[in-house]
Design a protein around this ligand. Structure first.
Ligand SMILES: *[C@@H]1O[C@H](CO)[C@@H](O)[C@H](O)[C@H]1NC(C)=O
Ligand SMILES: *[C@@H]1O[C@H](CO)[C@@H](O)[C@H](O)[C@H]1NC(C)=O
Ligand SMILES: *[C@@H]1O[C@H](CO)[C@@H](O)[C@H](O)[C@H]1NC(C)=O
Ligand SMILES: *[C@@H]1O[C@H](CO)[C@@H](O)[C@H](O)[C@H]1NC(C)=O
Length: 473
């Protein structure tokens, strides 16, 4: 710490004095957007009183990122309003470094260091002047602003309580050493939302690597629902908006978490997006799940814990995750069956539509226990019944092609109808962690062929008789 302090003092001495005043600390006083609020300035005690700064309340700094327009983007007001509504007594401060952010990207990156230092100076002054406890300080930074927060955490005297990185910028930060980007050491708790990590021309707008204590990748961190080219062009009409949609989604998820305290979205720890999409990771044991956004619970230092969830396309973003396990027996020469399954869930409150069971470039394993992830947008209440259906032959191009091949080789013989059997479906609800077993409603009807469906109802047995071995012998 003393080494850090010396580093801090040295840097302070070399900081350009001209910086003074370029970075503004706008403390918000009212939800009224027209009200300008007031400004905190290091060394000016009278500002504290004028602004009604309350040193025993939480202090939340919101830090924007790179700017092309030289103005705040529209998300800023939404985030400020959501924070103020949730934390009515908090000191909510917008860090305005627009003048330094509206530059060529590499120059704006270069400034993150000094802006972070300036914030640290402000926090040090508040500690001296008001005995501000740093553990009550929460910095929320979007894009480049996340790395600014990282520098602030590095240079401040003491340890900031929490830093939230909202899709921290990737270009010039991906793969660089911890001191030059947001990292877990920058605060007692560092949580990060990654929403735009898709790579184009070797870079991604949002940083891909995990850089916090927990790193949450909604929808795998790449394709955000509602941000498809068509969706966005229809509304906004230009390509910049497509990029903005995915990058900014982190902010909107965070705003959502501030406003919808009653329906929290859960994220689940997983080693990678592919395993998550297969439904393998829906466990909450040993802190493997957490709330997302503002409601994220602090966890013991466990670096780079990657977490995943699926979301809806709009607020409220939260949905419901189900893990479904089913053993698919191959009953009649169906080695190439490649079934396309759908499930429809019937709940105490409502039913879902027919949901496609996505196997992600894989095929349904025959004579194997398959695990799937099923996501529903609405709360159907307690799950009562499941209908599994196999899309008819004619509807699947894959099977059309197979039929053509088969017909070609055997002009007269009709291809044998594939028959699979699924006796039960074991379900785990991610949001409640409840487990149920569903058995074929009619035990005599557990076989399924293309174009058919089976209905399953809750039954008692199941967990006891689950197959011990993965492969049938
Ligand atoms: C300051 O904040 C604390 C904690 O939120 C609160 O109990 C107190 O009433 C606040 N003081 C004023 C003057 O608003
Ligand atoms: C920022 O740019 C200046 C001048 O181009 C350079 O001297 C300095 O090292 C850069 N700072 C950082 C932190 O990269
Ligand atoms: C599955 O088991 C059945 C008989 O139980 C067998 O005929 C079939 O070849 C097996 N299929 C695969 C893909 O293992
Ligand atoms: C069930 O969902 C549909 C479609 O979302 C909705 O119109 C209907 O009101 C819901 N029914 C109940 C009982 O909530």
């Amino acid at each position: 710490a003393s080494e850090k302090h010396i580093k801090w003092v040295n840097l302070l001495l070399t900081t350009d004095k001209a910086l003074n005043g370029i970075i503004k600390y706008n403390m918000r006083k009212s939800l009224d957007l027209e009200q300008e609020g007031c400004y905190l300035q290091t060394g000016k005690k009278e500002c504290l009183e004028e602004c009604g700064f309350n040193a025993t309340a939480k202090t939340i700094f919101i830090i924007h990122g790179w700017s092309m327009s030289g103005m705040f983007e529209s998300w800023m007001q939404k985030l400020v309003a959501a924070v103020m509504r949730r934390e009515t007594e908090a000191n909510v401060v917008v860090v305005d470094w627009i003048a330094m952010a509206q530059q060529l990207y590499p120059d704006a990156v270069n400034h993150t260091h000094n802006v972070g230092l300036d914030i640290a100076t402000m926090l040090n002054w508040l500690q001296d002047e008001q005995q501000l406890p740093l553990e009550n300080v929460h910095l929320i930074g979007y894009s480049l602003g996340a790395h600014v927060a990282g520098y602030a955490g590095t240079f401040v005297r003491g340890t900031i309580g929490r830093i939230t990185g909202l899709d921290p910028a990737g270009p010039m930060f991906e793969g660089v050493e911890e001191q030059k980007r947001l990292s877990p050491d920058d605060a007692d708790f560092v949580d990060v939302l990654h929403t735009y990590t898709r790579e184009a021309l070797g870079v991604s707008i949002g940083i891909q690597q995990p850089i916090g204590d927990i790193d949450i990748y909604p929808n795998g961190g790449d394709v955000q629902p509602g941000c498809a080219l068509g969706d966005v062009l229809a509304v906004a009409g230009n390509f910049m908006e497509v990029m903005k949609c995915e990058h900014e989604r982190a902010v909107h998820l965070f705003v959502d978490s501030l406003m919808n305290k009653d329906h929290m979205s859960f994220a689940f720890q997983c080693t990678g997006p592919d395993r998550f999409k297969k439904g393998i990771c829906l466990s909450c044991r040993k802190n493997r799940c957490n709330n997302i956004g503002y409601n994220t619970r602090k966890m013991r230092k466990r670096r780079n814990s990657k977490m995943y969830l699926k979301t809806r396309a709009d607020t409220p973003f939260g949905g419901y995750h189900y893990q479904m396990k089913m053993h698919v027996f191959n009953r009649k020469k169906s080695d190439n069956a490649d079934p396309t399954f759908h499930v429809k869930l019937y709940g105490a409150h409502n039913d879902t539509t027919n949901i496609f069971v996505d196997v992600h470039d894989d095929t349904v394993g025959l004579n194997l226990t398959n695990t799937f992830l099923v996501f529903t947008e609405k709360d159907i209440g307690d799950l009562l019944k499941i209908r599994l259906s196999w899309e008819g032959e004619s509807e699947s191009w894959n099977s059309v092609w197979k039929n053509i091949k088969q017909t070609f080789w055997a002009w007269n013989t009709k291809p044998p109808k594939p028959v699979l059997e699924v006796r039960r479906i074991r379900v785990k609800a991610g949001e409640t962690q409840k487990k149920f077993t569903f058995c074929a409603q009619d035990p005599a009807k557990a076989e399924i062929s293309p174009g058919e469906s089976i209905t399953y109802v809750k039954c008692r047995d199941g967990w006891e008789v689950k197959p011990r071995k993965r492969y049938e012998t």
